[in-house]
Write a protein that binds this ligand. Sequence first.
Ligand code: ARG
Length: 462
Amino acid sequence: MASLWGGRFEKDMDEIVKRYNASIFFDQRMYNEDIDGSVAHVTMLAKQGIVTEAERDQIIAGLEGIRADIAAGKITFTVEDEDIHMGVESRLIARIGEVGKKLHTARSRNDQCQVDGRLYLKKEIREILESLCCLEDVILRKAEQYADAITVGFTHLQHAQPITVGFVFMAYFQMFKRDIQRLQDTLARMDYNPLGSCALAGTTMPIDRRCTSELLGFAAPCENAMDGVSDRDYSLEFLSDASISMMHLSRWAEEFAWWNSSEFAYIAIDDSFCTGSSIMPQKKNPDMAELIRGKVGRVYGDLMQLLTVMKGTPLAYNKDFQEDKESLFDAIDTWKASIDIFARMLDKTEFRMDQIQKQLGKGFLNATDIAEHLAKQGIPFREAHSIVGRMVKTCEHKGCDFEDLTAEDLAAIDGRVTPDSLGDISISACVDARTSFGGTAPAEVRRQIAVGREWLSSLERQ
Ligand code: ARG
């Protein structure tokens, strides 16, 4: 079958070339956006007197018929379609005849594929933003539930200071908040319409690019036609956003895996988010956490793939750019699914406070608090640090906790220290006292939750 662009050719494409060249097998997922772009384009052509109103109506009716047929599964695209743009246009001509040939006036597949890509990505970004907001909502609820629940805070995977579970949740809340803001920035920066850039240099036809921008819901037309058809920054930004956010999910997924381990047993992941072993009957594995951690690799790969495709491509359109879609789609699907799975898993995860309690007495979690307490009594912090360090050494020698050190033990360490001067060093008192802005005290975490909730509902009002 001769292609729509076949006029100057004497031979048809080789079969293996057709297959290698075709993007229809993956770009058909943008069929709705392709048809939206065409409807807006022909509406503008009629407004500008480039086609008649009757021609416009025929073309739009034909396009809507094709849309309905694709949605109903009545159209099977083949390699002969080459890409979604040709697939729709050739079917339009087959359906409504000669008038269908007017649709491609003052546009090119180079701007068309960009309109489709941007419209499609904008839609997906809105869905991902919703998913991230749902995740944030789960985090806020869980943070509230565990605002007073004390757990071990780690640095270097060593016991560091006591914190609350709610505090950990709110740390992740901040990461996903930035992910949302990054995505909003990307959305605002990509909201420019390439339609009417045509092949690379605009057109001699009296088109109105503001009109199509408005019809398609873009903020404005791209300023420069050559940039309009050659820019893939928006996909790269999206892939960067996805990579950073997947990294956040992966960090938490990693924590889930070790919190769930037999050694820690800090959490019980719901059965519905775990799998068993084909040989070991007792196993309940945290596969979802591990899969999320593993899937980050794909998304980083997607970003690297497109960065590499774009590197060194001269202006304007090059066929290399067709390679911008599969990695983008893969990242969209992977990120979206990972957020949704993680949010549901989180919602159903319970912290085993009895197990955590057993760990709170280990590792001198209150050491910093004692040093701060001594510093408040006038001992320079560096000296207080050294005193508590020596207290730890004595405890380790005696095999006891701070509370068990006698007045003599303390006096031998430093004449200024008595059991009374240590203050209330219970773990809960230490947590309650960390009221500095951003600290882990339950009251402060509740403030963070309130601010977070206010921010989230301001997004929902937008
Ligand atoms: N399928 C192509 C793509 O996705 C559409 C643009 C083709 N343009 C061209 N001049 N061959 O990039």
